[in-house]
Design a protein around this ligand. Sequence first.
Ligand code: GLY
Ligand code: MN
Ligand code: MN
Length: 455
Amino acid sequence: MRLFSGEIYKNRRDQLKKQITGGQILIFGNNEAPMNYKANTYRFRQDSNFLYYFGINMPGLVGLIDPGSDRDLIFGHELTLDDIIWEGPVEPLSSLAEKVGISLTLPLDKLPETLRKAGVHYLPPYRGDRQIYIRETLGIQIPPSVALIRAVVAQRSVKAPEELAEMAQAVNITRDMHLAAMRATRPGRKEYEVVAEILKTLKSHNAELSYPVIFSVNGQTLHNHYHGNEMQAGRLLLNDSGAENEMGYAGDITRTFPVSGRFTTRQKEIYEIVLKMETASIAALRPGVAYRQVHLDANRILLEGLSALGLVSGDLDTLVQEGVGGLFMPHGLGHSIGLDVHDMEDLGEQYVGYREGLERSTQLGLKSLRLAKELETGNVLTVEPGCYFIPELIQKYRSEGIFTQYVNYTRLEDYLDFGGIRIEDNVAITADSFKILGDPIPKTVAEVEKIMTEY
Ligand code: GLY
Ligand code: MN
Ligand code: MN
């Protein structure tokens, strides 16, 4: 198990203690989750808050941070002989705890008597077993702590140098997955044959997926997890896949490329618009910039490009304000990323991506923007503009007469079989600018066509 130094975890906990006065803090690790019966489990994924403050990637643990004391605790169970017979002699909990700066571990059944329930702080549980444990075993009746949510979000939103190094590594594994996919794609193959290459590359780095692979000729479906289509020349392929490295940090990259290796003129026209949205958005990133504005500016570039192609018309400011871009990009420009691919989404996007005075819009596109607030040094986020032709959405808007004064629905008919394009990179905010994480991944038309035709 790879861990940061004990000092790092201790400092993180000490920093948290300064923000929370009164009441103990409970950080729950995850339990094994049964797939069809108890002993046959899904891949174990540790809770990211537990990983952040306690590091240990093992099921069945609870961390207790006591702001009134300098001693933090981990509750869990030491291996029995039966565990060793079935699962092997893994490192004892007490020894792992030592490595993350914890000198005392106790059996989990000692937690109820150690806990001072009054004023306890805990984070929103997102798994049913945890909700039951909190309410029934621990007898905690108060809701999750907003003060703790705010403190954790503030801390985890700013990535330290050692975290940025892990994230760059996750992106570089992801890069290899994308290069393998580009090289393996050719007309006549099935999508799942390429997904197999993506997974093989991932596993060769001892990594896991940070989310289920999105790999499809039907890129207009934003999160398309069906991989059974034959890839035909003339179609575009959208690959949104990412690695989670050994320390739990996520990569989240999208590239779109032609199955045949060469873009058609029509594909190139739309691709260049999305590429410009992506590169211009990244170039605008620095501390203090509101990501909502970057999203709106990306929409402006989209509408300007579609206007040049005769698909929309009208004053650009009006088009942006009316949300016409949402018809072509019904998602947000990006989100925070870190230990979770949508970082800290379990804690609530209103805390992670918004702030008081900045409310979520209800407009198609803008309502799915997960990160809207002003950026800070140390934030890491995705920039992932797209342009999609979703027949069902276009037909619904057309039949309901929505945006008829702006959208050339007759010309759009030619695009109903187009699919979708998304380009996504992971970017860190530096003291005065930005840094794209990892080594470059083919992105321009020339770069993509070159790698696609190299084999
Ligand atoms: N990979 C999911 C997303 O981009 O949000
Ligand atoms: Mn993303
Ligand atoms: Mn993605």
